[in-house]
Design a protein around this ligand. Structure first.
Ligand code: GTP
Ligand code: MG
Length: 201
């Protein structure tokens, strides 16, 4: 089955996107397969609201493992299946906690195994940088994935005013065609994400 990895810095909205995108596709019960960095595998089923409450959080590194959900995308008279993989957020430099370092290494391994990369960038964070420059980590993901993988940037938190101002900067810097503006929280831009996935399954 096609594997689509949701990747990005910590706290950009990866888990919120994975859960709400599943909701958008009509999934009532979220069945996660959880892969710990040490290799242990478990399953967990959530109601939508419980998943949002327990797994989405303003703290950094809420997700410390791989969380996979199987999605069915309506295509013609049938469905196309895709495995949506939520991952531990990445940071620049070396994290002091071993648990997080191992989880980040697991995320990096998943890049190799995945067919499609959905790279989330938090638009609202872009202008906290003095030169309005893109974070090095996002540039590295972009440079690696754009040539090797089927790749899109999901420019997240477009519901925030500050984010809308920064979208233009991102588009100028990396090109319009690769960027899909979304709000993971309010399910905006999901039609375009679905279209992108269907085109590439
Ligand atoms: N305004 C706004 N907030 C969002 C959006 N998406 C996510 N958030 C908020 O951003 C915070 C982080 O969301 P998560 O989904 O936990 O982010 P993550 O990337 O999975 O974070 P880690 O697992 O900790 O790396 C939460 O407080 C969310 O409510 C969005 O589209 N708009
Ligand atoms: Mg998360």
């Amino acid at each position: 089955m096609t594997k689509s990895l949701v990747i990005g810095q910590t706290n950009v909205g990866k888990t919120c996107f994975a859960i709400n995108f599943a909701d958008y596709l009509g999934i009532k019960e979220l069945k996660f397969t959880i892969r710990q960095p040490a290799g242990f595998l478990s399953k967990q089923t959530y109601e939508l609201q419980t998943a949002l409450k327990e797994l989405v959080c303003p703290e950094e590194h809420t997700t410390k493992e791989i969380q996979e959900i199987q999605l069915k995308l309506p295509a013609g008279k049938g469905y196309q299946r895709v495995n949506l993989i939520d991952s531990c957020g990445l940071i620049e430099g070396i994290h002091p906690q071993e648990e997080i370092r191992l989880a980040m290494a697991q995320t990096l391994r998943k890049i190799q195994e995945s067919n499609i990369i959905l790279h989330l960038i938090d638009l609202s964070k872009l202008n906290t940088r003095r030169l309005k420059e893109l974070p090095e980590l996002d540039l590295e993901i972009y440079n690696y994935c754009k040539t090797k993988k089927c790749y899109a940037i999901l420019a997240n938190k477009i519901d925030l005013k500050i984010a809308r101002n920064n979208l233009e900067f991102l588009q100028e810097r990396l090109g319009h065609e690769i960027i899909i503006p979304i709000s993971a929280l309010y399910q905006q831009g999901f039609k375009e994400v679905k279209k992108f996935l269907l085109k590439n399954l």
